[in-house]
Design a protein around this ligand. Structure first.
Ligand code: HEM
Length: 216
């Protein structure tokens, strides 16, 4: 790729993780709706929904293992952590940009580079997602898969009702997240620019571009 505007920002393991995870989540949400609201929807039998949900749940857990191995193995995990000295002013700039600048065509205050690909708000959102919400969803899912086997851990968390409530509340959160995330992903220099980058690895860098990197 001899184009100077192209920047390699998403290495292959990140792309594989991301799309396996995204497709996995869509299947988990659909089968999850069937399991949780069985009296209202009739897309599959309950047994089919549970089987597919469990199988895809393990695929998503394995993909998360790939994400962890890649980011910690290469120490690129630093990308996810804000610089404590500049975090507050950077976050304020970014909030102002999303709140008003973006509508007036101002340039994005964050300039993406392979070593600094997320803006301050993305860092905050993605750290919460990858280190709190996703692990909590996977662990509660695992416990619900074999309630007897994980009885002691379930009791430690306050019982099966608490565990299943956490799992269902996170399911609502992730369902909403996918819509917001996919919408924000369209705010690149063209609506499909960031999507293309998540497939090819290369972000087309147009400077200065009003709406570039506008993703959480
Ligand atoms: C239909 C579903 C989805 C679409 C269309 C989508 C789209 C995208 C796109 C275009 C990017 C690249 C822009 C960026 O660097 O921020 C991205 C990055 C990212 N997405 Fe998604 N996504 C989807 C589902 C998900 C889900 C379910 C999760 C997590 C539960 C997720 C977590 C992330 C994370 C953490 C990144 C940054 C990855 C990295 O570069 O390390 N996405 N997504």
């Amino acid at each position: 790729m001899g184009d100077d505007n192209l920047m390699y920002v998403h290495p292959a393991p990140v792309r594989v993780w991301h799309w396996v995870n995204a497709v996995g989540f869509i299947i988990l949400i659909i089968t999850g709706i069937q399991i949780r609201f069985a009296e209202m929807v009739n897309w599959f039998s309950l047994e089919e929904a549970i089987q597919l949900h469990n199988y895809v749940g393990f695929v998503v857990i394995a993909a998360y293992g790939l994400w962890v191995s890649f980011y910690f193995g290469t120490m690129k995990i630093k990308l996810y952590f804000p610089n404590p000295r500049t975090f507050v002013p950077d976050a304020i700039k970014q909030v102002k940009y999303y709140g008003s600048g973006i509508f007036k065509g101002d340039p994005n205050p964050h300039h993406m580079t392979p070593d600094n690909k997320f803006n301050a708000l993305q860092q905050k959102a993605y750290v919460g997602l990858m280190f709190v919400f996703l692990p909590a969803q996977m662990i509660t899912g695992l416990f619900l898969w074999r309630v007897k086997r994980f009885e002691n851990y379930i009791d430690l968390l306050g019982g099966i009702k608490i565990v299943s409530t956490i799992h269902v509340l996170l399911f609502f959160f992730f369902t909403a997240f996918i819509f917001v995330h996919a919408y924000l992903a369209t705010l690149g220099h063209t609506p499909l620019a960031h999507f293309k980058a998540m497939f090819t690895g290369y972000e087309d860098h147009h400077e200065p571009e009003a709406t570039e990197d506008a993703i959480v």
